[in-house]
Design a protein around this ligand. Structure first.
Ligand code: GLU
Ligand code: MG
Length: 443
């Protein structure tokens, strides 16, 4: 019997969720009774791939889920009588080859590409989210924090208990939480977990999202990773800290002692590559209509394509160097948001950065002032470009970027562009409340 099957038995597990992520970034699962687990670990489990959006064509519909034993976790919020565990899966085609429409496989491929160049990609995503209550007829009422009495339906510090329970659940799920705090906006939170290899980081980001949602639901509130739920206040980002490890030496390849910013040529190349591909990358890391409501000036989310040491308005921020922390040298990419598919996002980010190294691209000068105060002339004279203003614009850039086609693979890219264009087109033809207020009576 497989070691994990034995483990599940001793954990009193009754059901196993075999989980995978579709192209759009939604977690999917096929549930099996625990008695089937041993067979599933040995042979995989067949499922009909054509029932998943953009996944497979009818002729390729026979696929199987191959559980990754290292990802076995008991879901702590399930009741003992119906105890459930999850396993993340890779998807294989009928011939046993990795399925090209599987985002986890796409990230594995990008990681392998980096490995062949001598680098391991490390990342630490910081997912922000809001806790909301269903209020009287209103859809979004933030659950406040440290402001008991501000909303009279909310007992003091309710959000703090929810967040504490989320942290405990994440720890039971084997994730190392580094910090959790209230964010700038009311009802907004951030919980940071360990910095690790990209595949684990993407697995963790998916686990994080459904754990946060599951625990919030036990309190009768809901958690949302929508990038900009409320107009006029900060949105939610998924800033991602990143670095490359030199596989030969095991050292951080971004660090160089005698540089003003303690950055190596490898780091500068990586930054230059991500800046060069930023407009196309937006289509993957900020993938919803709503993402572009967040990427506007004034809310600590970036708009301009530049890098800086401390400036939070820059697209890439280099956290200030602390002596003795050479291995922690990293570049924080600030425009991803938590509506993205983390597997596709990290694959695209990695390939964009490596492209800068491979082509020897030069990073521009850092912009250490607040870019939001720059006039259009200042921006033009410094050659600072802006991110796409809409999903539609981002998709055009993405379609034209051959490196990102190669990073995600044609199968994923064409399904992705098709689905996202439909989303954009559906939105584009809506008549909004804003339009009615602005035009109905005046025109
Ligand atoms: N919430 C901000 C964003 O949308 C970021 C705040 C921060 O610097 O953590 O990116
Ligand atoms: Mg934050």
């Amino acid at each position: 019997m497989h070691e994990i099957a034995r483990q599940a038995e001793s954990d009193g597990v009754r059901f196993i969720d075999l989980q995978f992520t579709d192209i759009m970034g939604t977690i999917k699962s096929v549930t099996i009774p625990v008695a089937q687990l041993n067979g599933a670990l040995e042979r995989g489990v067949w499922f009909d791939g054509s029932s998943i959006q953009g996944f497979a064509r009818i002729q390729e519909s026979d696929m199987f889920l191959m559980p990754d034993p290292a990802t076995y976790r008991v879901l702590p919020w399930t009741s003992p009588e119906r105890r459930r565990a999850r396993l993340l899966c890779d998807i294989k085609g009928p011939d046993g080859d990795p399925f090209l429409g599987d985002p986890r496989t796409a990230l594995r491929r990008a990681v392998e590409y980096a490995r062949q160049k001598g680098y391991a990609y490390q990342c630490g995503p910081e997912l922000e989210f809001f806790l909301f209550k269903k209020g009287n007829g209103e859809r979004v009422v933030p659950v406040p924090h440290d402001v008991g009495g501000y909303f009279d339906f909310s007992p003091k510090d309710e959000a703090q208990s929810i967040r504490a329970d989320i942290v405990l659940a994440l720890e039971q799920m084997g994730m190392k939480v580094e910090a959790s705090h209230h964010e700038v906006a009311i009802g907004q939170h951030e919980i940071d977990f360990e910095y690790t290899d990209a595949l684990t980081a993407a697995d963790n980001a998916m686990t994080f999202k459904y754990t946060v949602k599951a625990i919030a639901a036990t309190y009768g509130v809901y958690a949302t990773f929508m990038p900009k739920p409320i107009f006029g206040i900060n949105g939610s980002g998924m800033h991602t800290h990143q670095s490359l490890v030199d596989i030969k030496t095991g050292r951080n390849a971004f660090y160089k002692a005698d540089d003003e910013y303690k950055l190596s040529p490898v780091a500068y190349g990586f930054i230059a590559g991500q800046l060069e591909h930023a407009r196309a990358l937006a289509g993957v890391v900020a993938p919803t209509v709503n993402s572009y409501k967040r990427l506007t000036p004034g809310y600590e989310a970036p708009v301009y394509i530049c890098w800086a040491q401390i400036n939070r308005s820059a697209l890439i921020r280099i956290p200030r160097f602390t002596p003795g922390r050479e291995e922690a040298t990293r570049a924080e990419l600030r425009f991803p948001d938590p509506s993205c598919n983390p597997y596709l996002a990290f694959a695209a980010m990695l390939r964009a950065g490596l492209d800068g190294i491979e082509r020897g691209l030069q990073a521009p000068e850092p912009v250490n002032e607040d870019v939001f105060h720059f006039s259009p002339e200042d921006l033009a004279s410094r050659g600072i470009k802006t991110l796409p203003g809409t999903l539609g614009e981002a998709l055009e850039e993405l379609e034209a970027d051959s490196l990102l086609h190669d990073a995600l693979g044609e199968h994923i890219m064409s399904a992705y562009l098709r689905a996202k264009r439909t989303e954009w087109e559906e939105y584009r033809i809506q008549v909004s409340q804003w339009e009615l207020e602005r035009y109905l009576e005046t025109l």
